[in-house]
Structure formats: C-alpha cells, structure tokens
Design a protein around this ligand. Structure first.
Ligand code: GLC
Length: 571
C-alpha cells in the first residue's frame, strides 16, 4: 500500500501538465505565443543583424510579457536569399545568428523561465546551396536527383507553374548542366523538395527528431500545404488562377505525409504543432487539426489577416470572417488567432490607425481582440508596443527579395512604379520587420552598428524603455491582457457569440463557460459609437479598458464607446 501511494505521488509530481489535463484541455490552447523575428530583435555584436546572443540578453523582457512560448523564425544555416527560409544545412546555425552553443544557451534560458520554444521548419523547399541540391543537379543519375522535381528538357518546356517570388513569375528554372528544369514555387534559390520520395521524407523526419531531441517544444511547418502536388505536372485548365490553392497546394498525399510525420516524430515528443496555411475550405482545415486523425494541433488560415487590401477594410467583413471561422471550429479542432506576422505589414497600420492620435488606443484594441477570441493568440514582436509601418519611400530601403523582384518585374513590364511604391508602403512585409525599438538611443538600442533594415524613425518616442515607465502604455496594457487571458478559462475555452452583428463600427461579443460570462466591446472607428445591445451593465464589472477614465455608458439607444475604445466586462 505504501509503495502504491509512493507511485501515485511520483506520477503526480513528475507527470507533465499535458498529461494531467482533461483530453480537450491542452497547454497549447491555453498558451500565448510570442513570435520573435531573430534578424530584427536584438543585435549583440554590432554587425547590424539581430542574433541569438541578442535574444538571450532580452529573455527577461520576454518573460516579463507573461507569454508561454516563443516562435522563432528560421535560424538554420542559410545564404539568406529569403531571410533564412532557404536552408542550406538543417542541423547548423546561420553564421549571422551565432553558434549551436548559443542555441543551447537560448533554449536553456527559455526553459529556466518556463517558456517553451517553437521552431520554424522549412520543409517544402531547401536552398539551392544545400548539399542535396548541389548533388541533385550534378547528374540525372545522382542518388539525390529525386530529392527535387526535375523535368528533362527533351520533353519540351514543362507546363507553366506560377512562382510566388520569381522575377518572371515562372516556377521552372532551366539548368544547362543536365539539360533539365527544376521546380521552385518560391525563388530560384528555393527549389521544391520532392515529398513523394520516402528517402527524402526520412531525412526530414530525422532532422526534426534532431531538434526535438535537443528539447524544443513545438514545430511550425512553413508553407507545408505545397509539399504535396501532382508531380505529373499536367497543364492547368483556364481560370485556375481563381483557385490557386486547389491547383498548387493540398495535393493528394498531404494528409498521409502529416500522419506519417506525426507517427515518426510528433507522437514521440511532448510538442505542439502548427502549419502555415489551413487549406482551401473548412473541411481541409478540420482534417489538418482533427485530433482523431493524428496530424497537427493547429493550422493558421489567412482569410482574416488578408482582409485589408490597400487602405481600408470593412469591419462588417472582418466580423463575418472571424465569426465564421469560430463557428466552424466551435465543436472540433482549434484555431490560431493573429493579425500580423513576419509576412505582413504592421497590425496597427493595417487594422488599426497609426496616426499619433489613435495609434496607442487602436493597438491596445487590436491586442484586446487577439487575446479575447477563442483560439491560441499569436503576438508578433513589437506589436506589444504598437510598432507601425516603416514609411519607406525608396525601393532601396526595402530588403525583401520578392519585393525587389516584383519591382524589377514591374519595371520590365513598364508598370506604374509610383503606384507600386505606394502600395509597398502599406503592405510590404519589410514594414513588419524593422528592428525592435528598445529605447531612444542611436538605432533604437537595437544595434551599435548599421541595421540591416532601417529603424523606424518614430523610435525616439515609440520604444520599450519609454513604455516601461508609463503604467498606461501599450506595453503594460499588453501585459495585463496576457495575465487576464492566462487566468481566465472562459477566455480560452468559452463559447463565442457575436452581438449587434450589423454595427459597422463596433465589434461586440460574449464568451461564456460554466456560468461565467464576459462581454467584449471594441469600437474600431475614429468616432464615438454605440453598441446596440440589450445587456444591463449595472452589475457588470469592468475588467480592463484601454482608456484611463470611465464614462457613463448607457444611453437610450445602446452602450456608448469612445473612438477605438476597448472594454472587457465580467457580467
Ligand atoms: C512562408 C514564410 C515566408 C517565406 C515563404 C517561403 O510563407 O512565412 O516568410 O518567404 O514561406 O519559405
């Protein structure tokens, strides 16, 4: 009996949180994920490029945010055609970023602070400087030939495939060495890997296990929807462009690959998994994350983040999209909630209002949205401060390879370059990659050297140091939000119900779980607006608001909200 009690004690003390939780409650559902873009976070050696030692020096800052996990963009060896999304050695660390010893220190430092690490795996393509590709292109009989997609030129030109990053948008690149074309959905330096080859798949699983054995806690699968495609490469029918994903992604074996990956890798470790892209429709999305199918925990869809086109978007559209996705996942599966990442311009400049008058309020409002929806919140570095778009006016200021290629393409086809530059100011992803604004010193305290991408000039007033000292800052509000999310089960698991659906200014919803009810009111407009909802706020408790003072809210026609006001009530 004594032994039995002892065994129970050990099981209790040493089993992981994940094992103790009821099956539908998971740590990754309750987690807040903070995304660090390593190149732009903190430079430790003055070469102008953020690095691992830089991140290590800021671990206490990350801890102070209260987040549970860090998602790190790729840090593997890479010639950097696409800032690390072109890997030349999956087991090495990019020279600019440091060494494997630095990585070990980083991982340990995160774990000591109770923070998990999610790594980014770029498995749809490698760099053309990867040893596999170098071997693959040498001869048609190389054992590595089938690691990639080749089309022998004597068959004629391969059927057209669109490349997202190529100057001519052509995904086939001719290589005279073996008189053949290779496929690259992204740039010419990012040849697509041939997932139909089981030897390649095993190599990739071994790489994943190498990192999992080091103790990482999660995998983000980059561009994985593209891994399975019809490799007979038939010509596409007319009009295929209107359904890009159907033809280019989510091919016939995507679920087989994920199930195999799950069996070979994920199931052997306590890790969280998330894929970029959620397929073509809700069925695809469900199939990717349905726990019974043993594929992934989460996928993230683009429909929400893609809403703003050029300047302006309709809140009604925004509400409809997020409500639709929520209801599709109400019973089964799990979502990620995000409004920005390294592939987007800044959240406040796209969804909020980055003028001095409303920047702070609207950043707080957007963070309130992310942290009070159902789904795991992903917060992109700098959004906790309300960092804004860069305001670059010259093409030379942009470093992003696809942007430079597209500029060249527009030049070649005699497009309107002024319009193109104007569009870049709003949407180019470099806007979201400018160095983190630590303080008001030279280069925002990011580097003692010349940053790889210009610092946003508003760093003199918009920076972490200034916001630390201000109790009402965006940063301190973000911390309160994270704490609230972490301590409030209803915000994680509670049912979501939209209210006053037709209101063009206000997004209002409740979250409910086990008799607890929370009301979230968000005024997305620059004017005073009213939420037309019939809820008596007399006994409601204000949990958090982005304004310093409170006002009399109830009017004859609804609940009054000031410009960009966000309020969370406990009902
Ligand atoms: C993903 C990444 C993006 C990268 C592309 C090619 O979309 O998020 O940054 O450029 O894949 O790897």
């Amino acid at each position: 009996m004594k032994n039995f009690i002892l065994i129970l004690f050990f099981i209790k003390v040493f089993s992981t949180d994940a094992q103790q939780m009821p099956p539908d409650k998971k740590w990754w559902k309750e987690a807040v994920v903070y995304q660090v873009y390593p190149r732009s976070f903190k430079d430790s050696d003055g070469d102008g490029i953020g690095d691992l030692k830089g991140i290590i020096s800021k671990l206490d800052y990350i801890k102070s945010l209260g987040v549970d996990a860090v998602w790190l963009n790729p840090i593997y060896s890479s010639p950097n055609d696409d800032n690390g999304y072109d890997v030349s050695d999956y087991r090495g660390i990019m020279k600019d970023f440091g060494t494997m010893e630095d990585f070990d220190v980083l991982l340990k430092g995160l774990h000591q602070r109770g923070i998990k690490l999610v790594m980014d795996f770029v498995l749809n393509h490698s760099s053309n400087e990867h040893e596999w590709f170098k071997q693959s292109r040498l001869s048609r009989t190389s054992p590595y030939r089938d690691y990639y997609h080749w089309w022998n030129a004597e068959k004629g030109k391969p059927p057209y495939r669109y490349s997202l990053f190529d100057i001519n948008h052509d995904a086939w690149k001719y290589d005279s060495l073996t008189n053949a074309y290779y496929l690259h959905y992204f740039s010419q330096k990012q040849p697509d890997l041939n997932w139909e080859n089981p030897t390649l798949r095993k190599e990739l699983y071994d790489i994943m296990k190498f990192w999992a054995d080091k103790g990482i806690d999660g995998f983000r699968l980059d561009a994985f929807q593209f891994a399975s495609k019809d490799i007979t490469f038939p010509a596409f029918p007319d009009g295929y462009e209107s359904n890009f994903l159907k033809y280019y992604a989510m091919g016939p074996y995507i679920h087989d690959y994920l199930q195999e990956m799950n069996k070979e890798v994920f199931s052997k470790y306590n890790v969280m998994t998330v894929a970029e892209g959620a397929g073509n429709n809700f069925d695809d999305a469900h199939n990717l994350v349905d726990a019974k199918r043993k594929e992934l925990n989460m996928a993230y869809a683009f429909e929400g983040v893609d809403i703003p086109k050029s300047k302006g978007y309709s809140l009604l559209h925004f509400k409809e999209v997020f409500s639709r996705w929520d209801s599709a996942f109400a019973k089964n599966g799990w979502l990620s909630i995000f409004l920005s990442n390294h592939d987007q311009a800044r959240m406040v400049s796209r969804f909020g209002n980055d003028t001095p008058e409303f920047r702070d309020l609207s950043s707080k409002l957007l963070n309130t949205f992310i942290m009070t929806m159902r789904g795991t919140p992903y917060c992109y570095y700098g959004d906790e401060l309300g960092m804004t778009n860069a305001g670059f006016t010259k093409i030379e200021d942009y470093q992003d390879m696809p942007t430079q290629n597209e500029y060249q393409h527009q030049k070649d086809i005699k497009g309107n370059l002024d319009d193109f530059l104007k569009e870049l100011q709003f949407s180019c992803r470099d806007n979201g990659r400018t160095p983190f604004q630590w303080d008001s010193s030279n280069q925002a305290g990011f580097s003692t050297g010349n940053p790889w991408l210009k610092v946003n000039p508003n760093y003199t007033t918009l920076n972490a140091n200034a916001q630390e000292k201000d109790l009402n800052s965006c940063l301190n509000y973000f911390r309160k939000l994270v704490k609230l999310r972490k301590n409030t089960s209803v915000l994680v698991y509670g049912k979501y119900t939209i209210l006053d659906k037709a209101n063009p200014d206000v997004y209002a919803y409740t979250r409910e779980e086990a008799g607890k009810k929370i009301l979230v009111l968000l005024n997305f407009s620059t004017r005073q607006s009213e939420a037309k909802i019939n809820i008596n706020l007399k006994n409601a408790k204000t949990i958090l608001t982005n304004y310093k003072d409170s006002i009399e809210r109830k009017t004859n026609s609804g609940i009054k909200l000031r410009p960009y006001e966000a309020v969370i009530y406990q009902l």
